[in-house]
Ligand binder design. Structure first.
Ligand code: BES
Ligand code: MN
Ligand code: ZN
Length: 512
């Protein structure tokens, strides 16, 4: 998708479809929906639909008018933004995405009028999670670009009758007096981030037979060469050399060799510290191993590498956006299979850090690969760690499919990450890692065990990881419930969501 900025009069702009946003006026005295574009032409063209209450401004309501009166555009698409007080960048991304998805079957080139007066009053933000970003034309343009790029993709690659139905040209119309250069920069940043999110989604979409650890390594290597990142991909021998006993134990049941993927972004002028360490769970298929999962729904476990994919997507964006900070990424890829060579419940494994682990359940494999990945990232010089993993079903039970779980051992680092969430528009909810929970992962035979029983499963998994980060500031994202969209939404196709890419990028940008 090509994204352009133009400061033309929307009413005079020739396009296959013009998108205009409308705010729900339900909380205003006159109760009138409010068009986010100056020209009277829009309210005139849509007057009847407003009068009949077919256009109310309700969030994500879309209404199409053909040959709109007084406009040069072939169609007018009116998209609702909800009430002004709740309209943040979180909604704006969805609105832009809904416009793209509503039009992509019938148009190749569309234009959207950027809202000028959005974001309402921060004090009245809905109390749901964090208050997301509000106001500012640059912020609006960036959010629109991100939402549009993400919405433009559908995951039907394996349908033999797949049709190419994408928007090729997307123009963001801004006021005549706007700083077009600055807005082009903002749109470009949004596009890079959206495309990197799509890069991650593409990886996650692939089934287990088309996305083995080796293939993930090849895809990482190609991406790194394209954007100019250092990349090394190792396999079994290196795991033995580094004594990554926890990581290797997961891979030992599969004939597919593991992949240890290392990416480095080291800009010339950046200070020696901080060094951010991005660590991802890359289980390309999780059968559960000897503690095998039930057949029902097991096919979904092809997305168990979504944390690793998020790290690769974030590294891609970072290489292109060039923040002035060092970043390394470690992705631990393996296939978790049952076989005669697989590890067994009761086995004791020695992690790279030297800690011994009793394996209670071979299906708690994500924490094993991350234990060595986190330790290795520290050894490579990371001063701040963040990991993402489809780690626990317990996190899905706790937070459902809306919020990812976030865990942190350092308040300053967490606050910085909360700032990144505000910009990224990704919903995450903090869960605790109090020392008291450590009791639950004590083992009679080893230093720790790899499961903590029925209660607080997302937390005990995080406690396990915490054993391997020591004093280093660390954030853990449990994305099990949000990495895969079960249903199609107006603004994103069903399938891989690409969660965490945008927040990781904003976190890194906050350092550089
Ligand atoms: N990959 C799964 C977690 C998962 C569940 C991801 C649902 C996506 C959706 C993970 O490896 C796993 O199997 N976790 C176990 C841990 C348990 C054995 C302690 C779980 O959550 O059941
Ligand atoms: Mn598992
Ligand atoms: Zn898993």
């Amino acid at each position: 998708m090509k994204i352009k900025i133009a400061n033309s009069d929307p009413a005079q702009f020739e396009t296959e479809a013009l998108v205009v946003l409308v705010i729900d006026g339900g909380d205003k005295d006159n109760n009138k929906p409010e068009f986010q574009a100056k020209a009277d032409a829009f309210s005139k063209a849509a007057a009847d639909l407003v009068a009949s209450k077919e256009i109310t401004g309700r969030l994500l309501e879309t209404t199409t008018l053909h040959k709109p009166d007084g406009l040069k555009a072939k169609r007018l698409l009116v998209v609702g933004c909800g009430k002004a007080k709740n309209f943040t960048s979180y909604e704006l991304r969805k609105v832009a995405g809904a416009a793209v998805r509503a039009l992509k079957k019938n148009a190749k080139s569309i234009a959207i009028v950027a809202p000028e007066n959005w974001g309402g009053n921060a004090n009245s933000a809905s109390q749901s999670t964090l208050a997301f970003e509000r106001g500012g034309l640059k912020e609006a343009v960036k959010a629109i670009a991100e939402g549009a790029v993400v919405a433009n993709t559908d995951y039907n690659y394996y349908h033999s009758d797949r049709k190419q139905q994408e928007i090729d040209e997307f123009t963001i119309l801004v006021p005549a007096n706007a700083d077009v250069k600055a807005l082009e920069h903002a749109a470009n940043a949004g596009q890079i981030i959206g495309e990197s999110q799509n890069f991650a989604r593409d990886l996650v979409n692939e089934p287990g037979n088309k996305m083995t650890p080796t293939i993930l390594g090849q895809r990482a290597r190609k991406m790194a060469a394209d954007v100019g990142l250092q990349c090394e991909v190792y396999s079994e021998d290196k795991l033995h050399e580094l004594k990554m006993g926890a990581f290797w134990s997961v891979s030992q049941g599969s004939p597919e060799p593991p992949a240890l993927i290392i990416l480095k972004y080291e800009p010339a002028g950046a200070p020696q510290q901080p060094v951010l360490g991005l660590v991802g769970k890359g289980i390309t298929f999780d059968t559960g191993g000897i503690s095998i999962k039930p057949a029902d729904g097991m096919e979904k476990m092809k997305y168990d590498m979504a944390g690793g994919a998020a790290m690769l997507g974030a590294m891609r964006a970072i290489a292109l956006l060039k923040p002035n900070v060092r970043v390394i990424s470690v992705v631990c890829a393996a296939e978790n299979m049952p076989s005669g060579t697989a590890q067994k419940p009761g086995d004791v494994q020695i992690a790279m850090s030297g800690k011994s682990i009793e394996i209670i359940n071979t299906d708690a494999e994500g924490r094993l690969v991350l234990a060595d990945g986190l330790h290795y990232a520290k050894q490579l010089g990371a001063t701040h760690l963040i990991d993402a993993a489809t780690l626990t079903g317990a996190c899905v039970v706790a937070l459902g499919g809306i919020n990812a779980g976030v865990f942190a051992n350092d308040e300053d680092y967490f606050n910085r990450f909360a700032g990144a969430l505000k910009k990224s528009g990704e919903k995450m909810w903090r869960l605790p890692v109090d020392e008291e929970y450590k009791e639950l992962i004590k083992s009679p035979i080893a230093d720790i065990k790899n499961t903590g029983g029925r209660y607080g499963g997302a937390i005990t998994a995080a406690m396990f990881l915490k054993e391997f980060v020591g004093e280093t500031p660390w954030i853990h994202l449990d994305i099990a419930g949000v990495a895969w969209q079960e249903e199609s939404c107006p603004f994103i196709a069903k399938g891989p969501s690409g969660i965490a890419v945008r927040s990781l990028v904003e976190l890194v940008k906050s350092f550089g």
